[in-house]
Write a protein that binds this ligand. Structure first.
Ligand SMILES: Nc1ncnc2c1ncn2[C@@H]1O[C@H](COP(=O)(O)OP(=O)(O)OP(=O)(O)O)[C@@H](O)[C@H]1O
Length: 672
């Protein structure tokens, strides 16, 4: 497309953040499509501006390198003036290769002056692919956080709101703080949205040129915006109102719309988290009777697995058998309230059974100050403002002997798949995307671009060891940690899958008198301090997935010469990608480092995903048989493959349900 055909940029629209831009989906009705056509004034410029981007990354890198010396000679003010002058050019010409090279060269120079780091060629390459709307695969430790500043600045300089999305509050805050001086130097303000922030502050943060937020905060803000807009007429009404000048504050929304997103740890957000739909709920006034819950728990405790109910641990589903139902009917005969209807009583008992058999303390949730708080399994963090649906949360509270909190009812529901497909322009980055590249292409339409390593990896993999029992595993882990930390003076990171497991290994280390730090959902306020010390000589750190993705452990003095950080993986995850993320904490950016896995046949993944094979291997080990490595590797592959396949099935079912629900809701007028 030639520049003369590109629509002129309309800064006024964006300055006031007027249109709530987002992409409409095909299944919406004619009035939605008409509304979208009206909103096209907001969408078209960004699309058109990006459309002119041509040429390969190599040319861009050469051009940025060539522009470097001249920019280096400029004073700070002159450099800022260059950035200011580039803005109208970007608006006029769009993201042509030359303009992008200028923007990237400016960002690189400004970064050198403000944060003391200059983008590597690999990061320029990655930045270019992000701008093109790709899923960028860059190995762990290659500096994705820094790489994202390039497209973020380029798009923000052109005047479009940019969202940089990370997986947890710690990373959102850390990245916004670290990169803030660079953005401000270029005249761009930066906002950050974290858990517990009031609405006004959120609106302010989203009004910034570049906003850092977690996927969860963003999704819930979007959901709340949709609910706020619901009472205000159809989408067509809203579009007309927007064109008439209503901004977020007048509309009661916080976001300015969904323009350009750079999603960090994209495989986690796009794939792993896509398993759970996001549900916005409100407290139900009618105080639910805890008595029914207690009755249900008493009844459920007396039921026998296999006879009265069947349990699918992996899918987290449980159902009554015919014998169970008969017993329930007899039990409910004299009771009132929800017990009188078949649906009511079966749901009560199902929730009670789930609370008893599917949800475990210190794995799926923790109890903090008399409250049940959900632990996000993929990030290892607590989610204090989330609760399980349909009375399950209260049932778990009752199981723990706590006072049940008020029950909440669903207001709106959304999946990440739907949310991210609504961005006008979307990109993502990850260290571990290869296995899910196809799924991401199918669901989100993103092509993958792989950026090569800057320096060859020096990671030494010491392989894996299988032991028969969990107790034995912790002893072996403690042996290895002791030898490396005390013997070689190297820092050791021990990764566990649950809070419970982290506490078990911590107890074994304590019993041996080995000092160590513990990082899990119960200790999350010490996170930055624990991470800051985790690379010091002889330091042992035990952590759940909290120290997985994104965590950057800096090596202390003399550590590289001693061999770098050593990572011990103590349980395979459902997805190999999460294992690679943990291992990716060591040997970053060409540093030395090593890893090993010490796992037990009692681990959940083997019990749930390869019970027969794991049982046979356990018996052979007990009999003292030495099993060949390839057989054990096959066991691991089989278990993880089964887990990944099941997870994939759940995600696809979720997406399908989401589409069906959307159609249904369109009839009742209660879409999100
Ligand atoms: N251009 C650069 N110059 C100097 N240091 C850099 C540069 N880019 C990144 N780094 C440093 O490299 C380290 C790793 O960066 P970062 O944590 O962003 O990697 P990552 O790719 O996001 O890793 P992960 O996949 O684990 O999240 C950080 O300490 C960062 O400061």
């Amino acid at each position: 497309m030639s520049s003369s055909r590109a629509l002129p940029f309309q800064p006024a629209l964006f300055a006031s953040g007027r249109p709530y831009a987002e992409r409409a989906e095909s299944e919406e009705g004619w009035h939605d499509r008409l509304a979208q056509a009206l909103d096209a004034t907001a969408l078209a410029p960004l699309r058109r501006h990006l459309h002119v981007l041509r040429g390969d990354a190599r040319r861009l890198v050469e051009r940025v390198d060539a522009l470097g010396p001249e920019l280096q000679r400029l004073g700070d003010e002159a450099l800022r003036a260059r950035a200011a002058a580039l803005r109208p050019q970007l608006r006029r010409e769009g993201f042509r290769l030359e303009q992008v090279a200028q923007a990237f060269a400016l960002v690189r120079e400004a970064a050198g002056r403000t944060i003391g780091q200059r983008h590597f060629a690999t990061q320029l390459h990655g930045g270019y692919e992000l701008l093109r709307g790709r899923l960028v695969e860059m190995a762990t430790g290659e500096g994705k956080t820094f790489c994202a500043t390039l497209p973020a600045c380029a798009v923000a300089l052109a005047g479009y709101p940019v969202h940089v999305i990370t997986v947890n509050d710690y990373l959102a805050r850390r990245d916004a703080e670290k990169m803030g001086p660079l953005y401000r130097f270029l005249g761009l303000d930066v906002g950050v949205v974290v858990q517990g922030m009031p609405r006004d502050e959120r609106r302010q943060a989203y009004a910034a040129a570049i906003t850092y937020a977690t996927n969860k905060e963003l999704a819930f803000d979007y959901l709340r915006d949709r609910v706020a807009l619901q009472g205000k007429g159809t989408r067509l009404h809203q579009s007309v109102r927007r064109l008439a000048g209503h901004g977020p504050a007048q509309q009661g929304t916080v976001l300015r719309g969904l323009y350009y997103a750079i999603v960090d740890e994209a495989d986690s957000v796009f794939v792993d988290e896509a398993r759970t739909p996001l549900i916005l709920s409100a407290t139900v006034d009618a105080g639910e009777d805890a008595q029914h819950g207690r009755e249900a728990l008493d009844f459920a405790r007396a039921l026998a697995e296999g006879e009265h109910f069947a349990c699918e641990g992996f899918e987290r589903s449980i159902h009554l058998t015919d014998a169970g139902r008969e017993r329930l009917d007899a039990f409910a005969a004299d009771l009132d309230g929800p017990w009188t209807s078949v649906r009511g009583r079966e749901e009560l008992v199902q929730q009670a059974l789930s609370a008893l058999h599917l949800f475990r303390r210190d794995q799926h949730y923790v109890v903090v100050e008399g409250k049940v708080q959900i632990v996000d399994e993929s990030t290892g963090r607590v989610m204090p403002d989330r609760s399980w649906e349909r009375g399950l949360h209260q049932m778990i509270e009752l199981k723990e002997g706590l006072e049940p909190t008020a029950r909440r009812d669903t207001l709106a529901r959304l999946t990440y798949q739907r949310l991210f497909r609504r961005y006008v322009h979307l990109s993502g980055m990850t260290g571990t995307g290869a296995e899910v590249a196809r799924e991401i292409k199918v669901v989100y339409g993103l092509d993958t671009a792989r950026v090569p390593l800057r320096k060859p990896s020096r990671r030494i993999d010491h392989g894996f060891a299988f032991v028969g029992t969990t107790a034995r595993k912790w002893e072996r882990v403690a042996d290895a940690a002791e030898a490396l930390a005390c013997g070689a003076g190297r820092p050791v990171l021990i990764g566990t899958r649950s809070v419970e497991a982290s506490e078990q290994v911590s107890a074994v280390l304590r019993a041996r008198g080995l000092p160590h730090a513990l990082l899990n959902a119960k200790q999350d306020n010490e996170e930055a301090a624990v991470v800051a010390l985790a690379g010091q000589p002889g330091r042992i750190t035990v952590a759940t997935n909290m120290a997985g993705r994104g965590t950057d452990i800096e090596l202390g003095e003399g550590v590289a010469a001693a061999g770098g950080l050593h990572v011990i993986l103590t349980e395979y995850h459902d997805s190999r990608r999460v294992d690679r993320q943990l291992v990716g904490r060591c040997a970053r950016q060409g540093d030395p480092g090593s890893c090993q896995a010490i796992v037990s046949l009692e681990d959940e993944i083997f019990r749930l995903c390869a019970p027969r094979l794991a049982g046979a291997v356990a018996r052979a080990l007990q009999a003292g048989t030495r099993l060949p490595g390839p057989l054990l590797a096959a066991l691991r592959r089989h278990a993880q493959h089964t887990a990944e396949r099941r997870q994939h099935g759940i995600r696809m079912a979720n997406l399908k349900q989401d589409r069906q629900l959307q159609k249904l809701l369109a009839f009742t007028g209660r879409s999100e």
